[in-house]
Design a protein around this ligand. Structure first.
Ligand code: ADP
Length: 385
């Protein structure tokens, strides 16, 4: 710590303490306190007769001054007390002279203990100053962190606003393109005997339809995420049978993917008060992921079961699986495993984050169990109410 920095610290340390403890007050008061101490000892001597521990009693005044006003006033007190002790208690009385070794040995214990008190006080002050310096540094760091945090929060908000505006703006033209393409496809399908040129147009329109459908899905995911972040997602709960919801989703996914998707359901209905559409969205995410991240020829198994107070939906695939350390991370927004990133499977890493939010809004739980190379099982547990 430099001298200027130390002086600055001292200033702020003094500014923090009450006015009556300022060193100047100590310098002004110490002659008075030493005088009172000396009068007290003289009075005691008058009462008890000759006392040999005047120096020890004087040490108390030095200690008192050091305790409240610090090392400077304590040193002044040591000098004044030495003079007064010599004057009143070391023969020849009434003179401030040191004639012999005997005079010195009488004063030495007091001087040593007075100086020891001054040294300890100085060390205490240094420790307090360095604690103050650490405190000020920490405060500066905390303020810096706070400012950075605020900036990050603002940047994050701006990003969310951008995602929300961009996805809303994209949705309208894409829906129009898709609608027009579907209209043309329908018109073409009504025509008999299409020329090769019209057939080529038909296949282009089908590609446009597929790609815009995919884009609409991605935009819907982005819009869902910005609504979740803004806390705008509301559940529209109604009575529905989880078995039926799963059956519809499985049938749709079979048609879309052409894959073998088995469904195992209990014989009894699984009636619940939930937002069926949102839960269907969760099952679509899980089943389409199972299809996407497993080999074409492997099957996907969906199981619905009912226990005492819970309903459990499990989606099992026989794909590459997910390593243990990533099984929590895949539920984070925009997270994709390195495997998925390096593969040709496209996605934004939002489906599972949205699913987690929906399930948790139903007071449920979603998790993944997987062994690399053995496939994965995603489970959704929902309370039966
Ligand atoms: P994405 O659009 O990337 O599929 P998700 O949020 O649905 O986003 O999934 C996040 C990530 O979790 C995926 O990118 C993938 O790495 C991993 N994942 C999800 N489901 C499976 C699965 N059944 N098998 C292997 N990995 C999966």
């Amino acid at each position: 710590m430099g001298l200027a920095q130390r002086a600055q610290l001292r200033k702020s340390y003094i500014a923090q303490s009450p006015r009556w403890r300022h060193p100047v007050v100590g310098y002004l008061l110490s002659p008075f306190i030493v005088a009172v101490g000396t009068i007290g000892i003289l009075f005691l001597q008058k009462m008890l007769g000759l006392i040999h521990f005047a120096g020890s009693l004087m040490t108390l005044t030095v200690l008192f001054i050091a305790l409240f006003w610090g090392v400077g006033p304590a040193l002044v007190a040591v000098i004044l007390s030495t003079v007064l002790l010599d004057y009143y208690f070391v023969p020849p009385l009434g003179h401030v002279v040191i004639n012999s070794w005997d005079d010195i040995t009488q004063l030495l214990p007091f001087i040593i203990s007075g100086l020891t008190i001054a040294v300890i006080t100085a060390q205490r002050e240094r420790a307090r100053l360095s604690a103050l310096s650490t405190e000020q540094e920490l405060q500066a760091y905390a303020e810096e962190l706070e400012a950075m945090n605020q900036k990050l929060g603002e940047a994050n908000e701006m990003k969310d606003r951008f995602i929300s505006i961009a996805s809303h703006e994209l949705k309208t033209p894409i829906t129009t393109i898709r609608g027009q393409a579907q209209l043309m496809i329908r018109r073409l399908s009504k025509q008999e005997d299409l020329s090769p040129e019209m057939e080529a147009i038909g296949s282009t329109l089908n590609k446009i339809n597929d790609q815009t459908t995919r884009l609409t899905g991605l935009i819907d995911e982005l819009m869902d995420v910005s609504s979740i972040r803004a806390g705008k997602v509301e559940l529209r709960k109604q009575k529905c049978d989880l078995k039926d919801t799963c059956r519809e989703v499985v049938e749709d996914q079979r048609l879309l993917s052409g894959r073998v998707i088995t469904l195992d359901v209990p014989s009894m209905p699984v009636k619940m008060q939930v937002d069926c559409e949102r839960l269907a969205q969760v099952f679509v995410n899980l089943i389409s992921n199972a299809v996407k991240y497993s080999p074409e020829e492997s099957r996907v198994e969906v199981t619905v079961s009912k226990q005492d107070h819970i309903a459990l939906v499990q989606v099992r695939d026989y794909g590459k699986g997910i390593s243990k350390d990533l099984q929590e991370r895949i539920f984070e927004t925009f997270y994709r495993t390195p495997d998925a990133q390096s593969s040709s499977k496209r996605g934004l890493g939002l489906g599972l984050a949205i699913s987690k939010d929906i399930v948790e809004r139903h007071d449920g739980r979603i998790w993944c169990e997987s062994e690399p190379g053995q496939g994965s099982t995603f489970s959704v547990e929902l309370p039966l109410r």
